[in-house]
Design a protein around this ligand. Structure first.
Ligand code: NOJ
Length: 535
């Protein structure tokens, strides 16, 4: 199989940039587009194929850009449309695709659409958002709760109705039962794809449609008062994921198709149910989103058996022609080095980059960056401020070098840098043959060079060795065996019938020996990629 015949989103590697934290070019302490442009050479050196940039549009930043006040411009904090054009041109020269973040479920309350909508009950844009009358006692129309605290409804005193916001009150939900809203969002999609974005990551794509009768949500049987997140008291079965969302996704897809093969990368609910994730591929038709994000690796216990079971089922559940995908971390979840520890983060990198499926890397994970402890008094994230569950720790500035602020800014960084930035940074790790960065770069290079790792089939193997996860990747006569020791004790594996092979990468970056797979020894926290004889 020739992996170059595949669309890039099937063969490539995506790298997520949280733009506020990547690189600041003007000393205001916040990353920007010129900063990203200045680091494209680094990204090309690393070997990734596409960058996904979290929102860069005008926004009051109540939710750091996920509250958009103008969908078709660039926030001056990040630069201008002209900078965006330069980014596309410079990325294209380096064969890097640019993916933007579309936030269709809600706007900012400062978006002109909402300002109009709330101005009077008979404003033509009233129905662009979800308004409802109070209950007779004046309370909200139903029991829906917002993700970031409190009810999902806020009363607009002036017009006497409540508006819906599944996140902050500053993020009112749009009404996709109004065809004008659908058309408006299609216009936004056309704007950015027409301007050079190679695809869009779509925020909370499954939440765009709610129950038309605004029915109450039922109680969550797993909820425990005082223990669970107070916002999870009810199951969100009516406030989101209404079945009508699938038609909307298909309609968006038709708009994407006007531009050729550009993926919708959809943020669907965090789930460890392979069937749920697979349900977004729409069976044989594949006419919905190309890549419904699979977040299972951010949620499952780091256990060889549990991971194997999930991955086997997920790989099987994807309909023919559909493309699996994997994520280790993102701007909403702990960094991988914090969730599984620094040693296992190396094994996780090997897993991510050798599975069948498009990998998405989170900026800084390639350095082994960890969550940074931030004093609750200094939280910036509204979820942290309201609920104590802050996402700031995983959003701290990229660590470029040993200079002040890790080379991220000459000003005062909007979030603090990790204390270890002088040891773990790009400049230092580029010089260390066994650094996390060198491991990532090597794994990426090996993946790119070998069609079996890009597009080959996946088949896991039984092994008696505890804590070990072993699988084969095969295509066109090329065979690889990946053996991961997910524990902290040395293990011996007897993988019969595979003969000998050559280790092409070890997570420890210190071996390239020929091994007999019937007596394979893995050190603690060691993973290996072994090239087997061709068949
Ligand atoms: C999901 C995004 O990833 C998260 O950062 C944001 O706060 C919510 N959607 C609301 O847009």
């Amino acid at each position: 199989m020739n992996s170059t015949q595949l669309p890039w989103w099937k063969s490539g590697i995506i790298y997520q940039i949280y733009p506020r934290s990547f690189m600041d070019s003007n000393g205001d302490g916040i990353g920007d587009l010129q900063g990203i442009i200045s680091k494209l050479d680094y990204l090309a050196w690393l070997g990734i194929d596409a960058i996904w940039i979290s929102p860069i549009y005008p926004s009051p930043m109540a939710d750091f850009g996920y509250d958009v006040s103008d969908y078709t411009d660039i926030n001056p904090i990040f630069g201008s449309l002209a900078d965006f054009d330069v980014l596309i041109a410079e990325a294209t020269v380096r064969q890097i695709k640019v993916i933007l973040d579309l936030v269709p479920n809600h706007t900012s309350d400062q978006h002109p659409w909402f300002i109009e909508s709330r101005s009077s009950r008979d404003n033509p844009k009233r129905d662009w958002y979800i308004w409802a009358d109070p209950k007779p006692d004046g309370s909200p129309p139903n029991n829906w709760l917002a993700y970031f605290g409190g009810p999902a409804w806020t009363l607009d005193e002036q017009t006497g109705q409540y508006y819906l916001h599944n996140f902050l009150p500053e993020q009112p939900d749009l009404n996709y039962r109004n065809p004008l809203v659908v058309e408006a969002m299609k216009g936004v999609i056309r704007f950015w794809l027409g301007r050079g974005a190679s695809g869009l990551r779509v925020d909370v794509i499954d939440r765009m449609m709610k129950h038309p009768a605004l029915m109450d949500n039922p109680p969550n049987p797993d909820y425990t008062d005082g223990v669970s997140n107070p916002q999870s008291r009810f199951l969100r079965v009516n406030s989101e994921k209404h079945v009508d969302v699938h038609n909307l996704i298909r309609e968006f897809r038709r708009t994407f198709n006007e531009f050729g093969d550009r993926p919708i990368i959809g943020e669907v609910d965090y789930s460890i149910d392979p069937q749920f994730i697979a349900s977004y591929y729409y069976e044989g038709k594949l006419d919905g989103m190309q890549l419904p994000f699979n977040f299972a690796l951010t949620m499952l216990p780091w256990d060889a058996q549990i991971l194997r079971e999930f991955i086997d089922k997920y790989d099987q559940a994807i309909p023919p022609g559909g493309q699996p995908n994997y994520v280790l971390a993102n701007h909403d979840r702990s960094r991988i080095a914090s969730s599984v520890g620094t040693e296992q983060a190396r094994v996780a990198a090997m897993l991510l980059l050798t599975l069948r499926g498009t990998p998405t890397l989170y900026y800084g994970d390639e350095l082994g960056m960890t969550d940074v402890d931030i004093d609750p008094a200094d939280y910036r994230d509204p979820q942290g401020i309201n609920l104590g569950i802050s996402r700031d720790p995983e959003r701290t500035p990229m660590q470029w070098d040993t200079s002040a602020n890790g080379g991220f800014t000459t000003g005062y960084p909007w979030l603090p840098l990790a204390a270890d930035f002088a040891q773990n940074n790009v400049a230092v790790e580029q010089e260390q043959p066994d650094s996390m960065l060198s491991l990532y770069r090597r794994l990426i290079a090996v993946r790119r060079a070998n069609p079996a790792l890009v597009a080959g089939n996946y088949h896991s193997l039984d092994t008696d060795a505890e804590d070990c996860f072993v699988y084969l990747r095969q295509a066109g006569g090329q065979n690889f065996c990946i053996a991961l020791n997910m524990g902290s004790r040395m293990r011996s594996l007897a993988l019969r019938g595979l003969g000998q092979g050559k280790i092409v990468v070890s997570t420890h970056m210190d071996r390239g020996d020929i091994v007999d797979l019937s007596a394979l020894h893995l050190r603690e926290n060691e993973g290996v990629v072994i090239q087997l004889a061709s068949t």
